[in-house]
Design a protein around this ligand. Structure first.
Ligand code: SF4
Length: 353
C-alpha cells in the first residue's frame, strides 16, 4: 500500500481513537498506529532520572532479528510509526541498521532516540544509509559539569563532537534524512548560564539540525523525584485517563507487550508476541481492565501508573486533553505532511513564524 494512503488511514485511526476515548470504550475497533519496539534494554549510561539506571534485577538482552522481522511483518499493515527504542540504548544492537531498513521497506516510518555516545563514523554511515526518518539526540546540559552530572558515564565534549560529526556527514551527503533533533531537558538555573547556552547552540551553526527541543523534566511515572540538577515539571491539576492506551503499544526486547514506553522494566505485562497476535493483545482482558481502571480514575491501584505525570493536565482542546491529541494524532499527521512542514505549522500556530 502507498505510504500516503497508509498514513491518511492512520489519521482516521487516530480520530477513531479519540472517539473510543471520548465514549469511554475499553475495546478499540481501530488498531494502534504507533509502536515502541525495544532493540535492547541494556544501556551504557546511568542517567540520574532514568528507571533503567535504578533497575537492580531482571534479565537484560537483545531482540532477535527473526523475532523483529516477524513482528514487523505482522504489524506493518496497520502501524505507521515505529519508535525503535524503549528502555535501553538502541545503538548497542549490532543489527540496528538492518532493523531500520526492514521496517522502512514495509512502509513504516522509523524514529530513533539515542544518547549518541556510541555514534562513531561507522555507526553514522550505517544510520544515514538505513534511511532512518527521525533521530533524536538526548543531550542534557550546555556545559560539561551539568551534562556529565546528569548523563553518568558519558563525556560532554566527545559526545557532542560525535553529534556534530554526524550532522557534518549528513550535510556532505546532502541527505534530507533523518530529521535531526537535539533534545535537552531544562535544568535548574544555577546549573548553566545564558552565555553557555548561546555558545552551545552556536556549535550547530551551518549544520543540518532540524530542531532544538527544550523539554521540562517529568518524573518517569514517579520513579524520579528531582535532584540538584532539575525539578520535574508539574503537568496540571485535572485528571485524565492515560493518553497512550488507545493508540499505541510497546514491545520489550524479549517480546513482552507492555502498556506504554514508560514501562521500561516490564512491570505490567499484557501478553507476549509469541503467544497471540498483537491485535488480539490490543483488546485482550489485561489491557481492557487497565483502560477501565484508568477511565474510572482508579490509578492509585496500579503501581505502574500511580505516579505518572501523564494522568494530569491543565491543557485541553475541544474537551480533549492536549496530551491525548498529541499521542493519537501527532505521528500520523507528521507522517502525512512531513516533519518539516508539520514543525513549521506548529511554529506558525504558536506565533513563532
Ligand atoms: S498512565 Fe500508566 S500506562 Fe499510561 S503512560 Fe503512565 S505509566 Fe504508562
Amino acid at each position: 500500500m502507498n505510504r500516503g494512503i497508509r498514513n491518511a488511514k492512520a489519521v482516521g485511526h487516530g480520530l477513531r481513537a479519540m472517539w473510543a476515548y471520548a465514549r469511554h470504550r475499553d475495546r478499540c475497533a481501530h488498531p494502534p498506529t504507533t509502536l515502541w519496539i525495544e532493540p535492547t534494554n541494556r544501556c551504557n549510561l546511568r542517567c540520574i532520572m532514568c528507571p533503567v539506571s535504578l533497575r537492580t534485577q531482571g534479565k537484560t538482552g537483545f531482540m532477535e532479528l527473526d523475532t523483529y522481522r516477524s513482528l514487523i511483518g505482522e504489524v506493518s499493515p496497520y502501524a505507521t510509526t515505529l519508535n525503535l527504542f524503549l528502555g535501553g540504548e538502541p545503538l548497542l544492537h549490532r543489527d540496528l541498521d538492518t532493523m531500520i531498513r526492514y521496517a522502512r521497506e514495509k512502509g513504516v516510518v522509523v524514529r530513533l532516540n539515542t544518547n549518541a555516545t556510541l555514534l562513531d563514523r561507522t555507526q553514522a554511515e550505517k544510520l544515514l544509509d538505513s534511511g532512518l526518518d527521525h533521530l533524536i539526540f538526548s543531550f542534557d546540559g550546555y556545559n560539561a559539569e551539568t551534562y556529565e552530572g546528569i548523563r553518568v558515564n558519558a563525556r560532554f565534549e566527545p559526545t557532542l563532537t560525535k553529534i556534530l560529526d554526524f550532522l557534518a556527514l549528513k550535510k556532505d551527503r546532502a541527505s534530507p534524512h533523518p530529521y535531526a533533533v537535539l533534545q535537552t531537558i531544562v535544568v535548574r538555573q544555577e546549573q548553566q548560564t545564558e552565555t553557555e547556552e548561546q555558545a552551545f547552540r552556536a556549535r550547530f551553526d551551518g549544520l543540518p539540525l532540524d530542531a532544538f527541543v527544550v523539554r521540562e523534566a517529568h518524573t518517569w511515572r514517579g520513579v524520579f523525584q528531582g535532584t540538584d540538577e532539575f525539578d520535574p515539571h508539574a503537568y496540571g491539576a485535572r485528571y485524565v485517563p492515560c493518553p497512550y492506551l488507545w493508540s499505541t503499544m510497546s514491545i520489550a526486547w524479549d517480546g513482552t507487550v507492555v502498556p506504554c514506553c514508560l514501562d521500561t522494566c516490564s512491570d505490567y505485562p499484557l501478553g507476549h508476541i509469541g503467544e497471540k497476535p498483537l491485535l488480539e493483545i490490543w483488546n485482550d482482558e489485561p489491557i481492557r481492565a487497565l483502560r477501565r481502571k484508568l477511565l474510572a480514575g482508579e490509578y492509585r491501584d496500579i503501581p505502574l501508573c500511580s505516579g505518572c505525570d501523564l494522568l494530569w493536565t491543565d491543557r485541553a482542546i475541544a474537551g480533549f486533553p492536549y496530551t491525548f491529541l498529541k499521542v493519537s494524532l501527532s505521528h500520523p499527521v507528521e507522517n502525512l505532511l512531513g516533519y518539516r512542514l508539520t514543525n513549521a505549522l506548529k511554529r506558525l500556530i504558536k506565533g513563532e513564524l
